[in-house]
Design a protein around this ligand. Structure first.
Ligand SMILES: C[S@@+](CC[C@H](N)C(=O)[O-])C[C@H]1O[C@@H](n2cnc3c(N)ncnc32)[C@H](O)[C@@H]1O
Length: 332
């Protein structure tokens, strides 16, 4: 279902809607013409500026490079999240909104591995990410998760993942309400984040905050808070559980696989201060070492999880760095 790569202005909502009409009438039908004209281009708050280009103090360029060069690095977690939509998205016209869609990674991983049949619309509040998504064949629309330009009861699934903590705490309940508004009856909302005090929280505090140009001081969610947001939005049936959502990199040798992981993390989190101190290769080795120290935990089933190597079926080495993530799943 890969669409054609296109140059579309990430700031221009009209241009995005018009391109969408051409490449996917199904996705275009979900847009609400009234909301399109009344919603000004998403106001750029601090969290969205993080994902702008480096020239404006963001880390969006390196972020996109990380996802593009190692498309499958987070495929296991994406597979688990898309699987949670279950039968709600098993019909020929199914649509899923990816609210924090970035440059379209979830759609691209779905295209690569054929995980679900639904068509995924990439949504993002950062113009840089929206144009990057179109340029990589992922149709995208500029919108804040708090103020969707999507019709009531028009989609089968809504995914809020890989950045929920970037939404200001006071606005998160509003995002859950928006998700419920745009879902059809029986549609599913999947809300993912990393728990307060989890290895990912430590990674952001000890590595990303001091070594990136943007810093990273965003409060994470907890099981209780996720449940509260889902209940307050009016979802009657929901559950909150844990998934293991690893980074995985592969290469011919163990050491190369480990360094690839370090490079992925350095780019993804824009660790420019580490690169300035240690050089690109030194920063990759350092980031891999820090990940090895931080991503160690016991799963909710009591199983110890540690970074490890595995042989792949084609004789390469995979380096797996596990991360525990919380996921709320709610049915409208
Ligand atoms: C960590 S990236 C994740 C991108 C993609 N899902 C991935 O996994 O690679 C988080 C994305 O959320 C976007 N974002 C942050 N706050 C947002 C908001 N309130 N509304 C819409 N997008 C937002 C950012 O611009 C960024 O592209």
């Amino acid at each position: 279902m890969t669409a054609q790569a296109m140059i579309v202005d990430g700031t221009d909502l009209d241009a995005q809607a018009s391109a969408l009409r051409t490449v996917s009438p199904r996705l275009h039908r979900c847009l609400d013409p009234v909301r399109l004209t009344t919603t000004a281009s998403a106001a750029l708050d601090r969290s969205v500026r993080d994902f702008g280009p480096e020239t404006t103090g963001g880390r969006g360029g390196a972020y996109v490079r990380a996802q593009t060069t190692q498309l499958a690095a987070r495929a296991d977690g994406i597979r688990a999240l898309l699987g949670l939509f279950g039968p709600a998205v098993r019909h020929p016209d199914a649509v899923v909104l990816d609210l924090l869609g970035g440059n379209g990674l979830v759609r691209q991983v779905n295209d690569l591995f054929g995980l679900i049949d639904a068509e995924i619309l990439t949504c993002d509040g950062a113009p840089h990410m929206v144009s990057a998504a179109w340029a990589q064949g992922s149709p995208a629309v500029l919108q804040q998760a708090q103020h969707l330009v999507v019709r009531d009861c028009s989609v089968d699934g809504v995914l809020l993942a890989y950045g929920t903590h970037h939404i200001p705490a006071a606005e998160r309940a509003g995002v859950a309400r928006e998700a419920r508004r745009v879902l059809r009856a029986g549609g599913v909302f999947v809300l993912h984040d990393f728990d307060v005090g989890s290895p990912m929280d430590t990674w952001f505090a000890e590595v990303v905050d001091p070594y990136s140009a943007t810093g990273h001081r965003y409060p994470h969610l907890t099981r209780t808070v996720i449940g509260d947001h889902l209940a307050a939005a009016g979802f009657r049936g929901y559950r909150v559980t844990e998934i293991v959502d690893p980074y995985v990199t592969t290469a011919p040798t163990r050491e190369e696989a480990r360094l690839r992981l370090g490079r992925y993390l350095t780019d993804m989190y824009g660790l420019v201060r580490a690169e300035a101190e240690l050089g690109p290769d030194g920063a990759s080795a350092w980031a891999a070492r820090r990940a090895e120290e931080i991503f160690r935990f016991t799963t909710q089933d009591g199983v110890p999880a540690r970074p490890r190597f595995e042989r792949t079926s084609d004789g390469q080495w995979a380096y797996l760095v596990p991360r525990p993530a919380l996921v709320g799943t709610a049915v409208k």
